[in-house]
Design a protein around this ligand. Structure first.
Ligand SMILES: Cc1cc2nc3c(=O)[nH]c(=O)nc-3n(C[C@H](O)[C@H](O)[C@H](O)COP(=O)(O)O)c2cc1C
Length: 313
């Protein structure tokens, strides 16, 4: 399947595995890249040494393209960018800050720069400043979210942008890829679907929680501090939201949430850890290999696209 994204990244299928802090390591990235998509290591919260080890891990297992995600609010983001430049990665996705100062440096190292943006204004800015592609991420997504939905973003950003636009937030199946391509996206980025994959090293209890959750099971914490994070409702999020409603201080909220995004995937704490996940949970029904996930979505979307006329009669 060829799109502007597959040509840019030299991958087989227009599917990027979205970076997931404390979840997407070298094993998941390698699984996705070997299956023909683009796997992304999440550097958020990690040391430079850890990221370096994960890059080596992937390189030992595949020569297919893969990338690293750099959260620009992280204290060590400059060092991570130096590392990815010296490791000559295929691409870097950049979020949570202004990516523009880093685009030239990444390009000089031969790395494609793909900012994650939440609105049309920022999409245009990063395109004008030389981004190679961009991810528009709707508020259906798991993790840190903006204000607009994926549909509103696809509708309004794609017509304004010439570089490949990757749609993210709520994609888990073949219909999602077909719909995104029909909207003019060059591909999709999925996080939660790959969380519940065989190659994902997160604890089984967390993957099972994703499988058994349904459409209404996510909540958004942190709206009062404009640090909104979507995840599956549990004891921690109930307490957090109660504190937020009662006007708790930032310090109190931080104390409660401290370490929770790590505790879920790394320790399997499904009550007091926070399982960051997107809204399309009801259609994630089993833990599959990255290859099966990608094959099902790609083959199914091709059938949908070629069959679309018959669907109306
Ligand atoms: C557990 C989890 C952690 C995430 N961490 C990051 C991150 O560190 N950096 C980032 O840019 N996006 C992060 N995201 C967003 C994903 O990269 C992706 O855009 C999102 O999951 C897409 O929505 P979906 O979950 O509905 O597929 C995270 C998402 C999840 C589910």
């Amino acid at each position: 399947m060829e799109t502007k994204l597959t040509k840019l990244l030299e991958i087989e299928y227009p599917i990027i595995q979205g970076a997931m802090a404390w979840v997407s390591d070298g094993q998941l990235a390698a699984g996705v890249s070997k299956a023909g998509g683009a796997g992304t290591i999440a550097a958020s919260g990690r040391s430079v040494e850890w990221v370096k080890d994960q890059i080596r891990f992937v390189k030992e297992r595949t020569d297919k393209p893969f990338g690293v995600n750099v959260m620009l609010m992280a204290d060590n983001h400059e060092e991570i960018i130096d590392l990815v430049c010296s490791e000559k990665l295929d691409y870097v996705t950049l979020g949570a800050g202004n990516p523009i100062p880093y685009l030239e440096k990444l390009h000089r190292a031969g790395i494609k720069a793909i900012p994650v943006v939440p609105n049309t204004k920022l999409a245009k800015r990063v395109e004008d400043n030389g981004a190679d592609a961009l991810v528009i991420e709707g508020m259906e997504a798991g993790g840190h979210i903006g204000k607009l939905t994926t549909m509103a973003l696809m509708t309004q950003v794609i017509p304004q942008i010439d570089i490949p636009v990757i749609a993210a937030g709520g994609f888990v199946d073949k219909r999602g890829l077909a719909a995104a391509l029909a909207m003019g996206a060059a591909g999709i980025q999925m996080g939660t679907r790959f969380y519940a994959s065989r190659e994902c090293t997160a604890k089984l209890a967390v993957k099972e929680k994703i499988i058994e959750s349904i459409d209404t099971d996510t909540v958004v914490t942190g709206r009062t501090s404009s640090h909104s994070v979507r995840g599956i409702r549990n004891k921690m999020s109930d307490k957090y939201l109660k504190l937020e409603r009662e006007g708790a201080t930032k310090k109190e909220l931080n104390e409660l949430a401290m370490g929770s995004s790590r505790a879920a995937p790394q320790e399997g704490d499904i009550d007091w850890g926070f399982i960051q996940a997107g809204q399309s949970l009801g259609e994630i029904k089993n833990i599959l290999s990255c290859k099966s996930i990608i094959q099902e979505i790609v083959e199914g979307s091709q059938e949908i696209i070629s069959d679309i006329h018959n669907k109306f009669v």
